[in-house]
Design a protein around this ligand. Structure first.
Ligand code: CA
Length: 498
């Protein structure tokens, strides 16, 4: 927005003018000693047209008297309505084997795979990716340590909760009471009595939790850089906020806003300085940002506001039920910056230790935790560190001109919307010391006719198969250097376009 322009920026009208907002729609079949690996890809394509199409692939692995070593990559040729490929080998001799072939469509919504094999590898994974794409969807087929773990276990819909003690009767109870909301690989510092294995908990939890308000209003004036996590469960993200320049320091006040999914940038925009780069102490008019992202994969997204402390943003609205700020929240009292006075706000956190700080003598205050005045700020610019009880606490701030700092933890504006980031990520080499629960999007394979059999599903929404090329990756980390013999019998793959 130009300096001096009046009124509140309307995100659509002004956004288009400024160009700062964009819309992005944007069976070693044991017969006769021959090993047969068959890959069936049944392609059910339902277009906008009422009739669907069905395409089937069959890929057969054959070995001689003894299983033939299979390693590295196999290109399986093109596609047709019914196609069978033959590759020699059945015994995995490398940590990974890749099958590549052409598919008739660039996009599918999900895949279902049935893997049959012999052997007891430490871990066996199945992954799908597009030819040259950076994305990879992977699910565990076999995990020896979990298969043999003698803990109590509850299985529901492909999920398994392993408990050292039998504390929860259902997975739903477990997820509800603990808000076991876990972002894979986020590497947070939260309590480590829980490990997660290929688990993105909310999709399961929300089925029974019912609908809540779809829009989250974050009634905070936020100053400077912030990072948040949001859980998307309906394929889209609408988000809006207003940016103000405080113009207290010399220099430009750009704000870069980015959205990431598993480290991949799915949206980025920069809001420019208001034109006042002096230390004028004149707060700018609001500049609106409004985005609508469609076709997103469900899961955790990271939102990043990158800017200096001379930038304030507020009126943040998000079309999701769960969102939390990571590590820190820097709230600004509007009254101190030429905006209306900010009233009492409550933030919810699972933090066990928190540092609070205000930069102004006017906003020295006591801050309450769960209704008890417990933290006293008596000197500006001097952080006060406090230990907090376990569980989710309400931090009430009477005069929100405060920096809350709790690296590794999160803050939400309501109890219901709090996301508690990752605990431990389970791997077969993880020490279980201190771990009492493992929640896994995994169930042990079943033994059928002397071989393991496991069915898995993969979400492919929003995934583009570049050049209509699909790659199927079978991975067993450390297999080649181990004594384990792993014979693949068959893989059936069905791809669906819903
Ligand atoms: Ca400025």
């Amino acid at each position: 927005m130009e300096k001096g322009s009046a009124g509140r920026s309307h995100p659509v009208a002004d956004g288009a003018k400024e160009g700062i907002w964009k819309l992005i729609r944007r069976s070693y079949r044991a017969a006769f000693g021959a090993a047969v690996l068959s890959i069936l890809a049944l392609l059910l394509y339902v277009n906008a047209a009422p009739s669907g199409a069905e395409v089937r692939y069959e890929i057969i692995m054959q070995a001689g008297e003894a299983p033939t070593a299979m390693r590295s990559s196999y290109s399986l040729g093109g596609y047709s309505d019914a196609r069978r490929f033959t590759v020699n080998g059945s015994r995995m001799a490398s940590d990974q084997v890749v099958f590549t072939w052409k598919v008739p469509y660039g996009r599918f919504d999900r895949a279902e795979a049935v893997v049959r094999y012999r052997g007891d590898p430490e871990e066996l994974l199945l992954g799908i990716k597009g030819g040259a794409s950076k994305w990879l969807e992977t699910k565990p087929v076999h995990c020896r340590m979990l298969n043999e773990l003698p803990w109590d276990r509850i299985e529901e819909k492909g999920l398994t909760l392993f408990q050292r003690e039998n504390a929860y009767a259902t997975i739903h109870d477990f997820l509800g009471s603990r808000r076991a909301v876990i972002g894979q690989g986020m590497g947070r510092l939260s309590p480590s009595d829980l490990a997660a294995y290929y688990f993105d908990g909310l999709p399961y939890y929300k089925e029974k939790a019912g609908e809540k308000a779809r829009m989250l209003d974050i009634g905070l004036n936020l100053r400077g850089a912030h990072k948040a996590i949001a859980y998307i469960d309906d394929g889209r993200l609408e988000l809006s906020f207003d940016k103000y320049d405080l113009n207290m320091y010399e220099g430009g006040d750009n704000l870069s806003f980015n959205v990431f999914r598993k480290g991949e940038n799915v949206y980025g925009a920069t809001m420019k300085d208001d034109g006042d780069t002096a230390a004028s102490y004149i707060t700018s008019s609001p500049q609106g940002m409004s985005i609508a992202l469609d076709g997103l994969q469900d899961g955790f997204y990271t939102l990043v506001w990158d800017c200096g402390p001379d930038v304030l943003f507020r009126d943040l609205r998000l079309s999701c039920k769960w969102a939390s700020f990571l590590d820190r929240v820097f709230m600004a009292q509007g009254e101190l910056y030429g905006l209306e006075r900010s009233g009492t706000v409550s933030l919810y956190t699972s933090a066990r230790i928190m540092a609070l700080e205000t930069w102004h003598a006017e906003t020295l205050q006591e801050v309450s935790v769960d209704g008890v005045m417990t933290i006293t700020l008596s000197e500006p610019g001097v952080p006060v560190t406090t230990d907090l009880a376990s569980g989710i606490k309400e931090i009430a701030v009477r005069n929100p001109n405060l920096l809350l700092n709790s690296p590794g933890f999160s803050f939400a504006v309501s109890r219901d919307s709090l996301l508690i980031p990752s605990y431990e990520t389970f791997s077969p080499t993880l020490s279980l010391q201190g771990i009492d629960y493992i929640i896994a999007n995994y169930s042990a394979p079943t033994m059928v006719d002397g071989a393991w059999e496991r069915r898995i599903e993969l979400d492919l929404k929003g995934r583009e198969m570049d050049g209509n090329t699909l790659q199927l990756l079978i991975t067993s980390p450390g297999l080649a250097s181990s004594e384990v013999e792993l014979d693949l019998i068959s893989i059936e793959l069905t791809l669906f376009k819903d």
